[in-house]
Structure formats: C-alpha cells, structure tokens
Design a protein around this ligand. Sequence first.
Ligand code: SAH
Ligand code: SF4
Length: 387
Amino acid sequence: MSDADRPSVYGMLPAEVDTLVLEAGGERYRADQLLRAVYRDGIRGFEEARQLPAGLRERLAELATVTPAREVRRVVSEDGLTTKLLLAMTDGTLIETVLMQYPAEGGRHPRSTVCVSTQAGCAMGCVFCATGQMGFERNLRAAEIVAQVVTVAGLLRDRGEHVTNVVFMGMGEPLANYAETIRAVRILTDPRAFGLGQRHITISTVGVVRGIDRLAGEGLQVGLAISLHAPNDALRRRLVPTAGPHSVSELMAAARRYFVRTGRRVTFEYALIAGVNDSETTARELARLVRGTGAHVNLIPVNPTAGGFARPARRQVLAFERVLREAGVNCTVRVEKGTEISAACGQLRTDAAAPVVIGEAEARGPASGRGPGARPAGPSRAPSRSR
Ligand code: SAH
Ligand code: SF4
C-alpha cells in the first residue's frame, strides 16, 4: 500500500485507533500507548513509538501512517508572540497556520492559540479576504487539520509550553467542510487523543446556516463566531458575495438557535472598513440588531489585503465601539496580532509569489520543529506579503 492509501492516525477517533491496534495484533492498552506517543510525545512515525513492541510497530506501519505536516517556512512577529507557519501537506498542498500567544494579563492565564485552516483557499470570495481572493483549491482532511495543531504543539513543547486554544479561523470556511471539521474537533477534544477542552475551541463561519444548525446538534460545547460585517443585506452582500441565500435576519435566528441549544453565547465578527461599514449610523443599525441577544461583537479593523480596503482611523473605530457599548452591546476591538507578517485575520494565502522574508527559519525536513535550533535565533522581521 502506498502512503496515500493508508489512513493517517491523526484522522482517527480513539475508538478507531483501538480497532487499528487490534487489527495489527496488539492488545487494547497498546492503543492508549500509541495515542500518548502521537499526541503527548509527538512521534513522527510508528518506528518512534518505542513503548510498542517492534513487531506491532511494523504491522501498524503496514496498515496506517503518521502524517506530520512539513514546515516549509516560519515567520515570527517582532514581538515574538505571533508565529506563522507555511505547511506542506503530504501531497504538497500548502496552507498556513498561525500561533498567537497572549501573556498572562488581568488574572487571565497565558494563552497559546492555534489558528487552523480547514481548506486550501476558500470559495466564499469575501472581497476583503486574501484567502477568498486566491480561490478554492481543496478541502482539508481531518488528519490535516489535526496535523496543524500537532505541529504547533511540537513547537511549543520544545519551550515547555502547550496549546491552550484552537480557533478555526485560518484559511477556508469550516462549515463548508463540515464532516472533516467536526471529526477534527472530536479528535482534538477527546481526552484519549489531543485532549483539549471543548470550550477552548472556536469555529468561525461566514454564515452557513445549515452548518450552524447541524453544529448546534452535535452535543459539543465549542464556541461559535459568525462573520457578520454588516447589519443589513445590501451592505453584507457587497462584502460577502456568497451571502446571497442567507439574509442577516436568518443569520440572527441561527445564532439564537445555537445559543438556545448549546447555552454558548455567539460572537459576531465585524471587519471594520473605512467608508464602507464604519459609520455611526451603521453602528446604530448594528446595535439595534444585536441588542438583547446576549451576543458579543468583535470589531476587527480590516487588515490590508489586495482588495484595497482601508482600516478606519482609530477614532472612528472607537466611535463605532462607543455606539454599541452605549446601546448595551457587549463589544471588543480585536487586538491585532501579526499584521506585519501577514498572519492576521484574512491575510492568509499561499498562492502569492515567493515573498522575500528576512530572518525566516530555514525550510526543514521531517525532523523540523523539534530540538534546539528549530526556532529562528530571535524574532525575525518580515515585510508584508499580502499580495
Ligand atoms: N471562513 C471563516 C473563517 C476564516 S476567516 C469566516 O469567514 O468566518 C476568519 C475571520 O477573519 C473572519 O471573521 C473573517 O471575516 C475575517 N477576515 C477576513 N479578511 C479579513 C481582513 N482583511 N481583515 C480583518 N478580518 C478579516
Ligand atoms: Fe473564506 Fe472566511 Fe475569507 Fe470569507 S472571510 S473568503 S469565508 S476565509
């Protein structure tokens, strides 16, 4: 069997790993050992799972694979808190994954959040989003979504740190790749696998209503963010061309259903674009829409991409926020991370001509990301690579 024909353990639920191990002739407890080797020790092939007898390792390798992502490029922001990885999947497909670190603050624990991609490219074509501008390449498999988190976990493990949160806010529309996204969530949150708390996961959607309703019925406690960007249909359709079939009021109703079924408050993301959706009149319209729903509004001053949209002036952002706050709407302005390395919201794309990146870590082979020397010597500086 070639590599491509064998299933990856990253894409398997623990019960499926049990079956795999039994099929390979191992006892049930060997599955637990294998899962620990994969998710706690970060093995990159069955041969590295030294806890398992050699014969079992060989049989496992005949039936399945471990498919670590290959790190092609690593760029670190000047403050060292944002790391963007360009990763190659086993077939060579390129995607981007971002690590955002938040130091302990105001009684909050420090966080290391991984922003994962669910598709290579995106078919939704939002006019301000670099991923949307590159078009759709293909859906990622659950194993490929999990591999992104495992890669970042390996990078953190070298520093004695670990992944605390995962947000599905990288390239692609998670609910347009529903089955693989949910499978990845289940693997990432299963205590026998990656073991992250469900509440430490957020899925961001452009507003696929059917997907939101399905997600509400999964019995999961994951957070939901809906990319709203406009309080009315005319404006929203200009920004999100594929919003067509779903009106703003349908989205609001879906958000409400999600809250009722899961008890989790929904966040509305709102990319603020100068002269397009940032007026105080628009803020009042948004306030009327969201007031009383208990939802949270996250304002994201738009990040530069090829679309030519500009970020509003700081005072305009604050004025917009004030209108919402005064109307009693729970609201924050997203602290932008990684804009200078094009790792911020909406800046991920992999079809750009190879950018000149200063101080990047060298492209590394399969053994990358582990051991000393895997990180660039210091925070590297990188010019913008948004087009
Ligand atoms: N497809 C999903 C998740 C990925 S995009 C979605 O659209 O929600 C993650 C977030 O980045 C979304 O809220 C999206 O609207 C936002 N975004 C896209 N381009 C942006 C840009 N140029 N500036 C700021 N936010 C942007
Ligand atoms: Fe796709 Fe989200 Fe970008 Fe829209 S904002 S094009 S849905 S990734």
